[in-house]
Design a protein around this ligand. Structure first.
Ligand code: FES
Ligand code: FES
Length: 154
């Protein structure tokens, strides 16, 4: 057990944990940020996606010992009031069904649009292919990403 100083959603936080504790566990169990979800635990579904230094990362497989001095953003930090362009597009298109995968979908989409503001369909497919949706909301996800890209353009 050791103490780790983390930067999460722009705030400095101190966490006591074993070095190999996955970041997802720290986010949910230690910091009580429940927006990030546990799906598979083996980096296969994308439900646990957060941004680390702007890159979408599967937090279920990242040990906490690698997190000091990194800039971590969870869904709670994407926007204080849930009005990030991707979130607004998600609402407009009414993307979620059960909702479980949607945090990961939104975090992957937001990272994509940060990197490529006007992505092609192929770039969207490539960026989102690791985010599984058991409800099959993929067409609406595609439409929402395009809508958010348009909003950013105007
Ligand atoms: S819970 Fe992390 S990828 Fe599935
Ligand atoms: S909305 Fe149900 S798993 Fe994606």
């Amino acid at each position: 057990m050791a103490t780790y100083q983390l930067n999460i959603n722009g705030k400095h936080m101190s966490v006591e944990a074993d070095a190999d504790t996955p970041l997802l566990w720290v986010i949910r169990d230690h910091l009580k940020l429940y927006g990030t979800k546990y799906g598979c635990g083996i980096a296969q579904c994308g439900a646990c996606t957060v941004h680390i230094d702007g890159t979408p990362v599967r937090s279920c497989v990242v040990p906490i010992e690698r997190m000091p001095n990194r800039n971590i953003i969870t869904i709670e930090g994407l926007s204080e009031i849930g009005d990030h362009p991707v979130q607004e597009a998600w609402k407009e298109i009414d993307v979620p069904q059960c909702g479980y995968c949607q945090t990961g979908q939104i975090m992957s989409a937001a990272a994509l649009l940060d990197r490529i503001p006007q992505p092609t369909d192929e770039e969207i497919h490539r960026a989102m292919k690791g985010n599984v949706c058991r409800c099959g909301t993929y067409p609406r996800i595609m439409n929402a990403i395009k809508s958010a890209a348009k909003t950013q353009e105007s």
